[in-house]
Each structure stands twice: as structure tokens, then as C-alpha cells.
Design a protein around this ligand. Structure first.
Ligand code: ADP
Ligand code: MG
Ligand code: ZN
Length: 614
């Protein structure tokens, strides 16, 4: 708002003020000081006035006569001096005896010159200078030329200088990252210790990890622990800038940081400015981004690391960063910030649970278990959702069921209360989900089912089967992966077996099964004919993990055939299992259809009952 008002005052505004000042000066000040209002009249007028006794003062000089009338204040006149023999007589008759002294206070010519020329010019220059200074100040504030002439954005917040008192204890899990960052904190506390031995601390550290894992939080915690100022700027703030503004902003940021050292400069989402430069063909905004990046590199090289300015940056797409940023002396230290494991999830839940009133019976470890794959931000959200749910139902404490429900809300989308599902659809979905669950349960080496539901979610899923790995293991065997594929196919198999027709409900399953099968062949070396050959590389391990094929068209065709074979084999395996347990399938699907949601324990209990009553 402010900036709009400001930029509407063009230069002409200031010149207008100056002109007005000059005008007023001439109107009000000058006449009195210079007494320049002297009317030139004919000699006859002088004679007439003298005759009528209208003269009050007269001054006779060689060439002219200056005289004043009897008004108050008097009007001044002048006339040329004629050959008038009776002049003295006339004056005497008019009662004027003194006519040698000047009747108008003549101004010192130097003063006159000063007033009429030097003063206005000085005024002009003064105002001009004031404007320049204001302009400069505004440019600094806005971080560049953009400020003065811009019309869009650019009054954006440059940096926040507050750490909000965040400490490492506010960041749960992430022990590795905390340990690495602890060194930086130690350095900021006693830089002399490091200087004494000649060790130089890295200038910059790059926090790398998927979204919501607490990168920003960690950076703030470093500043909080070290008790130093925290300058933060987000890469996305540069995006809408005008040419030159981004670079100016970077320059300003580092200037300020240098003055406030020791301190921390945090560049969030650095990938927005630090993307790989693609050499030729830079157009428009690209160019601007490059300038900003270049300025950043220059600043990083230019300043003295021993001054105690530490640069932290965060990104979730490290592989898209310009290699120049990762060279020694820049962001040469990488700090991985990974998704939390089971213990980490529980700790994060605990940290956030402190902020809300919880029922004593709440078991956070159970929640951590169901929320597999959730990020720190999602876990924080789960606690908050649960609290909101408690408020909605008029309770003062958060219960376990609030938490359980909010896991689903956060992870699988909001419950669609009024979704219209025909009875037949509901029945199909029940069979589909039981198909998944039963195939999973009938195979060894597959994660146990924890929950099955046919309550539709806004995410679009009509139902889902949740499986949780028992212990947090990261190595998966070929058998386990095959079983996973079989489980994915289970839904479609059940539909086909019972209704002899298939629906679109399996599209997500198909996608997942295909992805997994492909990865087994191209990345995990689990296909005997191809062996340990990497045919695909992962482009971005954190965001979706899109891959690119690196093999001949011939091999690609072979891979496609293998993928199809693999999925087909697993489909047949699932089909065999379900055919064998048709009775279980029917009974369980009916149960799910009636109850809509069943827990993993209920499911296993039912399955066991069915098989012991044979
Ligand atoms: P990122 O910058 O990695 O995308 P943030 O630092 O912005 O993630 O995290 C968002 C929010 O999630 C934090 O404000 C915090 O409430 C919560 N959070 C994330 N990770 C953690 C963690 N390890 N411990 C506690 N809270 C966390
Ligand atoms: Mg962030
Ligand atoms: Zn499915």
C-alpha cells in the first residue's frame, strides 16, 4: 500500500514544489525587501501633485526625481528631471525642505543579488538533494532500482531477524543433522578455538531433504542455539522481481549480515534461484535468476568466513542445483534431513503433543506406527487436526480416536461424508479391498494389514487397505517385492472373480504395481535375464522420484515385456490364492460391506475364526 502512494509522486511533483516556493518568494518577500514598486510618471503628474500638496517626501538626484504621496504606506513615483528653474520653489511651496537624502531604502546590491539569484538556486539544489537521498533510501529498502520505478511487487519482506526462540529440542529426531549443525553452533560460540588451530569452518551448509521434514525449523534452531541474528530469505521471493532487483537484494542481505556478524544467513528454497544454468537461450526471467545466482556466488566467495557469517540453505531438489553452488568454499557441506523413522515419528508427535491437552490413555507410538511415511509437518498437522476434532465434538481432551481419525484425514484426505455410492458400487469396493487384504494376509513376507475401509475419501479413493511394515526395515527382498505386486493386483482379481467384470477402481493399483515391477527390473537387478544392469536412473529422489531410461530401444522393449510378464505372474498368483479362499473372501467382504471399516486385528481374528470352524 505504502509503496503505491510513493511511486505515484513523479519528479514533476518535486519541481512543482520548488516553482511554487519561488513564486511565493517573489510575491511576498521580494517587494518589501527591495521596495521595487516605483511607478514612473510624467513630469506633469509631479507638478500637479506638488501643486495639490500631495507630496510627502522627495528625493532629487541628477537625472530623476523620486517622490512619495501622503498615503500610508506611501506610493512611490519617479519621473525624469526637467530643466525646471522653479523646482526648488515648487518644493518649498509643497512643504518639502529636505530633498537630498534617499527616500527609498536602497538595498545593498550584493544582498539583492544574493536574494534574487543565489537563494532560489540554493533552494532548488537543496530540494533536489533531499529527493535523491529519499530515492536512495527507498532503493535500499526495496533492494534495488526496482523500488523507485516499480509498479508491482518488490516491497517484499527482505528478511526476518528473529529466531522465535527455537532450539534443537524443538526438532525431534534428525539426530544426524543436529550433530552436523551442532558443530556450526559450537563455532559461532567460540570461533577463537577454531582459529587457534587454523581450522576453517565451512562457509555454507546445504540442508537437503523432502518437504516438511524440518529443514527451515533446523536452520532457525541453529540460530536459536547460537544466539545470533538470523537473516532469512526465500528463493521464491526473487521470482517476481525486476531485472537487477534480485542481485541488489542479495548484495544488501550480505552487507547487512557482515555488519551483524556473527550471524546466520538462511536461504530457503535455494533451488528457485540456484537451478542449473542452461547456458544459451536464456530468456526474460531466466536471465534475472542467473544474475541473482551470480551475485550470490560472488558474495559467497567475497566474504571472509572467519568473520562468523554462516550461510545455510535448504532445498528439496538438490540434483537440480547449479554445480557452481556446490563447489568447495560454497555449499560444500550437505546435511541430509530425511523423513522420520518410527522412533523419529513418535518423538515428533511427542513434541507437538505438548502443545495440546491429551487424554492420559493416548498411545502416541501406535499413531506413529500407522503414520508410516508421514513427514514432520504432516505429523504436526495430525496432532492439530486431532485437537480440532476434539473441539468440534465439544471435548476438552484429545483422545486416541481423534488421533486415529486425523491420521486418515491427513494422509488419505478428508472423509467424504456425503459421497454418493450406489449399493452395487459399495459391494464392489468391499470385495476389491478385501481382495488386497486377503492376498496380503495369505502370503508370508508381507506387511500385516492394519486397517480396511470403504468410506470414500476426498482424495478420490473409494476405499483403501492400509498395511504397515512391522519393523522399520529398509531392505526388501525379491520375494517381498513380488508379494507387494501380488497384493496390488488382489483388488482387481477379486472384482473379476466375483463380478466377472472389471472397474476403473484399480487404476492406482495398476500404476503402483507397474512402477514396482519396472524398478525391480531396471534398478534392483532382480530379473535374471538382465541381471545387475542399471537401465534407469532416478532424477529426483525426493520429489516423486521420476526416472529416465538409459538403454537402447531394443532393451527398452525387452524391459516392457518383462514388466508385463512379472505383473501377470503375480496376478495369477493372487488369483490362485483368492480362488482357494473364496469362502473367506465372501465372508470378509460381506462383513466389510456392513461395517465399512475394520481394523487389522478384527480382520486377522475373523480370518482365523473362518479357518478354524471348517
Ligand atoms: P521444510 O522446511 O523441511 O519443508 P519445515 O521446517 O518448514 O519443513 O517444517 C514444517 C513444520 O513441521 C515445522 O514448523 C514443525 O512444526 C514440523 N516439523 C517438521 N519436522 C519436524 C521435526 N523433526 N520435529 C518437530 N517438528 C517438525
Ligand atoms: Mg521449508
Ligand atoms: Zn485397490
Amino acid at each position: 500500500m505504502k509503496e503505491v502512494k510513493r511511486s505515484k509522486k513523479p519528479l514533476i511533483f518535486y519541481y512543482g514544489i520548488v516553482l511554487l516556493a519561488l513564486f511565493l518568494f517573489n510575491m511576498l518577500v521580494t517587494p518589501q525587501l527591495l521596495s521595487a514598486q516605483v511607478t514612473e510618471v510624467d513630469y506633469g503628474v509631479f507638478l500637479q501633485m506638488a501643486k495639490n500638496g500631495q507630496l510627502s517626501k522627495v528625493q532629487v538626484t541628477d537625472g530623476e526625481i523620486v517622490f512619495a504621496d501622503k498615503n500610508d504606506p506611501p506610493n512611490f513615483y519617479k519621473t525624469g528631471r526637467m530643466e525646471d528653474l522653479f523646482l526648488v520653489d515648487r518644493l518649498q511651496q509643497a512643504g518639502i525642505t529636505e530633498y537630498g537624502t534617499p527616500i527609498i531604502q536602497q538595498m545593498n546590491p550584493l544582498l539583492q543579488f544574493l536574494l534574487s539569484w543565489v537563494l532560489p538556486i540554493a533552494l532548488f539544489i537543496g530540494v533536489g538533494q533531499l529527493m535523491t537521498r529519499q530515492l536512495n533510501k527507498r532503493m535500499l529498502q526495496n533492494g534495488g532500482l526496482g523500488g523507485a520505478m516499480s509498479f508491482g511487487k518488490s516491497n517484499a519482506k527482505v528478511y526476518v531477524q528473529s529466531t522465535e526462540g527455537i532450539r534443537f529440542s524443538d526438532v525431534a529426531g534428525e539426530d544426524e543433522a543436529k550433530e552436523l549443525l551442532g558443530e556450526i553452533v559450537d563455532y559461532l560460540h567460540n570461533p577463537d578455538k577454531y582459529a587457534a588451530i587454523g581450522a576453517s569452518i565451512p562457509k555454507g551448509a546445504l540442508l537437503v531433504g523432502p518437504p516438511g521434514t524440518g529443514k527451515t525449523l533446523l536452520a532457525k534452531a541453529v540460530a536459536g542455539e547460537a544466539e545470533v541474528p538470523f537473516f532469512s530469505i526465500s528463493g521464491s521471493e526473487f521470482v517476481e522481481m525486476f531485472v537487477g532487483a534480485g542481485a541488489a537484494k542479495v548484495r544488501d542481505l550480505f552487507k547487512q549480515a557482515n555488519e551483524k556478524a556473527p550471524c546466520i544467513v538462511f536461504i530457503d528454497e535455494i533451488d528457485t534461484i540456484g537451478k542449473k544454468r542452461d547456458g544459451a537461450g536464456a530468456i526474460g526471467g531466466n536471465d534475472e535468476r542467473e544474475q541473482t545466482l551470480n551475485q550470490l556466488l560472488t558474495e559467497m566467495d567475497g566474504f571472509d568466513g572467519r568473520k562468523g557469517v554462516i550461510i545455510l540453505a535448504a532445498t528439496n531438489r538438490p540434483d537440480s542445483l547449479d554445480p557452481a553452488l556446490l563447489r568447495p568454499g560454497r555449499f560444500d557441506r550437505r546435511i541430509p534431513v530425511e523423513l522420520p523413522d518410527l522412533k523419529g515419528r513418535e518423538d515428533i508427535l511427542k513434541v507437538h503433543a505438548k502443545k495440546v491437552k491429551m487424554d492420559e490413555s493416548v498411545d502416541l507410538s501406535a499413531i506413529a506406527k500407522v503414520a508410516a511415511g508421514a513427514s514432520g509437518a504432516e505429523l504436526a498437522n495430525i496432532i492439530n487436526e486431532a485437537a480440532l476434532r476434539a473441539v468440534r465434538s465439544g471435548r476438552s481432551l484429545v483422545t486416541q480416536s481423534d488421533l486415529e481419525e486425523s491420521v486418515e484425514v491427513v494422509i488419505a484426505g478428508y472423509q467424504k461424508k456425503n459421497a454418493i455410492l450406489t449399493d452395487q458400487e459399495k459391494r464392489i469396493v468391499a470385495y476389491h479391498e478385501i481382495g488386497h487384504a486377503l492376498v496380503a494376509a495369505l502370503q508370508s513376507h508381507s506387511a500385516p494389514v492394519t486397517k480396511i475401509t470403504i468410506i470414500p475419501r476426498t482424495s478420490g479413493a473409494l476405499g483403501y487397505t492400509m498395511q504397515v511394515e512391522q519393523d522399520n526395515h529398509s531392505l526388501l527382498s525379491r520375494e517381498e517385492l513380488e508379494n507387494k505386486i501380488a497384493t496390488f493386483t488382489g483388488g482387481r482379481v477379486a472384482e473379476d472373480l466375483i463380478f466377472h467384470s472389471v472397474t476403473t477402481g484399480a487404476s492406482n493399483d495398476i500404476e503402483q504395481a507397474t512402477k514396482l515391477a519396472r524398478a525391480m527390473i531396471t534398478r534392483y537387478g532382480m530379473e535374471d535375464d538382465i541381471g545387475m544392469v542399471a537401465l534407469e536412473t532416478v532424477n529426483n529422489q525426493y520429489l516423486g522420484g521420476d526416472t529416465s531410461l538409459a538403454c537402447s530401444a531394443e532393451t527398452a522393449a525387452q524391459v516392457d515385456r518383462k514388466v508385463i510378464e512379472l505383473v501377470k505372474r503375480q496376478y495369477q498368483k493372487a488369483e490362485g490364492l483368492l480362488r482357494e479362499h473364496m469362502r473367506d473372501l465372501n465372508a470378509l467382504a460381506q462383513y466389510l460391506y456392513e461395517h465399512e471399516t475394520i481394523t487389522g486385528e478384527e480382520f486377522m481374528g475373523l480370518l482365523k475364526d473362518l479357518n478354524t470352524t471348517v
